[in-house]
Design a protein around this ligand. Sequence first.
Ligand SMILES: Nc1ncnc2c1ncn2[C@@H]1O[C@H](COP(=O)(O)OP(=O)(O)OP(=O)(O)O)[C@@H](O)[C@H]1O
Ligand SMILES: [Mg+2]
Length: 499
Amino acid sequence: MAIDNETNPVLGFDLGTTFSALARWVDRKGPQIIQNRAGQDITQSVVYYNPENDEILVGHIAYTKGLMIPENMIVGVKRLMDDGNQKVMLGGKEFTPITLSSLILEKIYEDAKMKYPTGTFSSRGSVVTVPCYFKAHQMDNTRKAAEMTDINCIGIIQEPIAASLSYALQICEDHFDKEFSQKILVFDLGGGTFDLTLFQLKHTSDTIFFEVLASSGDDRLGGMDFDRCLADVILEKSGVSLDGIEPKLFNKAQKNLLEQSTLAKIALSASNDYYVAVPFILPDKHIEVSISREEFEKSIKDYFDKISKIIDSLWASSKLNPSDIDRVIRVGGSSHIPCIKNLLDDILGAEKTWSNINPSTSIAEGAAMYAAYLDNTDFFDKKIVIRTRTCHALGLKTSGNRFKELIPANRQAPCTAKQVFTTAKDNVKKLDIGVYQGSGKKISKKTHSLIGKIPINNLAPKRAGEVDIEVMFSIDMAQRLSITVEVEGQKKSAVVNYT
Ligand SMILES: Nc1ncnc2c1ncn2[C@@H]1O[C@H](COP(=O)(O)OP(=O)(O)OP(=O)(O)O)[C@@H](O)[C@H]1O
Ligand SMILES: [Mg+2]
């Protein structure tokens, strides 16, 4: 059965921190980007609310308007998905990160619909991407955002897996009947997140098999941070200070400065110098300075070192060496930055980088491919099997707000862990077992997230330490965590879907 249907296609949405993209699957041609109504492959993930006419704008127009009235605009909603229901005020109206994300998805979907007669285009099934480093609740919030729209979400896929699906499709087509195995490193440095994923790709006559060997990253590291570093250099060099400026003027100046910093940063990936001008940054001040690539790269040194450390930590956790890697897939707009490229080339060798891929669109393309597969699993004449690993440790909250790890980060699924706990006080009548995901010995909002609670009631009075609480965690191939708690003959189970 052909999957492709001109007006009823399967779609892949890359919901990025700064830019989003949409691709569809076209039979015999593979994934194809659907451009937005301005004819661009990618759309700015920016929302603007105009209280005067109750209008919501998304994309470049939202960004342009927001430069004039910054309090009506939001950039980087994805970074707020940690708490999907928090209040975000735009132009005096309340939004949540979930609704804002749904507006971005809806907008790129609307742009696709516009290319066809009204009412004829609809998604047969969509896949939305999330960073590998997202925790369970962040993925869940993304799913909720997708479900608020009519894109017909049939799945969520992690961004590096989507990028490597695009790659696998290309090389497996060329070697359809050949059996081979490769170790692939996906380096994704986007606008807001850094994801590093090491895969084993095994290709046989009937299966494309992905096994995540290790992954690492930082969900607070990307182009948005580099923009801020460069903005500081521009201010310092121009001698203009924004200290003590009243908030309205400050916000406007800051947004204008950041816009010019982004342009300068992008230009500095191609040239050694860039002339930055920000006319009327303040009513009586202009900025005019020349910035060199060296100055920019120096300004992001701390982030560069962080990236370098994260790469090092991957070798330690995977017990592999750079020489074991067969192929590097560089994705994300920020991977264009020359010092970042050089870092990868120095560590892994420039010849390993796969160049037949567009870093800005490959994730949406891979998501469209996965949507085609989910829609009809016989379509590729091959099974696609994805075996992942835990990105964050999973464990319980114990007394003193401590985190007791049961399954560490980077453990391959499926896996199980069992441990017996006891009570810290006499005569405990009920327990509320909190299951957390995160890292660090003490549970805090910053480092851990609650992914489930299991209540146990009606315990017979006993002394502290006399109650056996047997806890079993088990992760299946689909990354579902089953938790079983057994206390004094009472057995309770829960299943947490954390991808
Ligand atoms: N040539 C370039 N040189 C440097 N930076 C670039 C270049 N092109 C794009 N960028 C930056 O890349 C970022 C956007 O990349 P991308 O679209 O991959 O991110 P995203 O998908 O929005 O973010 P994330 O994947 O982190 O959610 C922006 O910060 C942009 O300024
Ligand atoms: Mg991205």
